[in-house]
Design a protein around this ligand. Sequence first.
Ligand SMILES: CC(C)(COP(=O)(O)OP(=O)(O)OC[C@H]1O[C@@H](n2cnc3c(N)ncnc32)[C@H](O)[C@@H]1OP(=O)(O)O)[C@@H](O)C(=O)NCCC(=O)NCCS
Length: 223
Amino acid sequence: MANEQPPSSEAGNSATRTPPEVRVRRIHRRDLNRAWEFLKLCFRDVNRETVEYQRPRLKKRFLEVYEEEGIEQLLFETKIANKDVIVGYAECAFEIVGSDNWMNQRYFSSRDMRPLYVEELAVHPELQGQGIGAFLLEQIEHLARVRGCTHLVLEVAENNENALKFYRTRNFYRLDAAIFLAKKISSEAELLPPRRLKKQPPKEMVKAIKAAPSPTRRRKSLG
Ligand SMILES: CC(C)(COP(=O)(O)OP(=O)(O)OC[C@H]1O[C@@H](n2cnc3c(N)ncnc32)[C@H](O)[C@@H]1OP(=O)(O)O)[C@@H](O)C(=O)NCCC(=O)NCCS
């Protein structure tokens, strides 16, 4: 995407200049395609390493989310080379959404937990490690507090090591999770090798088989 240039492409962005500010705002309909492309870029490397569902899910679903109540989609932008560039995206929901969600609402209600479900957090791959992720998370935590939620809850693949480290150092703890287990099966032919009869077939059987016409395949008549 023309707008999603990394900061290195900004001419004259010397180390002496003050780095640009990152601003947060709610997404607009006109941002949807740009945001989708941004998410694909952010998750490209993560997806290569994870067996769980791929992120972002489906564009159709992403567009539907915009229409749904109770879901916040926040864009974090900065100006690079005088253009507004998306550098972060955060999505959270006040209720469990989507039919493919594994979470059990009763788990939380029976423990007096009112979670804010963090559906997506993503930072531009070339701007990670600069505190944007912390900004995203602080914004979501702030939203949770002002809306009376007690916890942030999210799902992360165990082999998404960067993200896991990011959450762990920010006091996220494990609730419980599906763990994808695998065991290597030695590869062999599906069908077993031939096995010898214990004795010759009975003479009568051999005779009957000899007398019977050979099972040649009849061609279907084309008439
Ligand atoms: C996880 C993610 C949102 C963190 O964003 P970020 O902007 O790099 O986060 P910050 O700069 O605020 O914090 C970086 C911290 O995470 C670690 N980190 C994670 N990814 C990093 C990266 N690619 N480069 C440098 N540090 C990274 C650093 O060790 C650092 O730790 P510290 O806070 O102790 O210094 C970002 O890596 C990302 O978008 N990843 C791809 C998408 C993804 O996996 N999202 C989460 C799905 S559940």
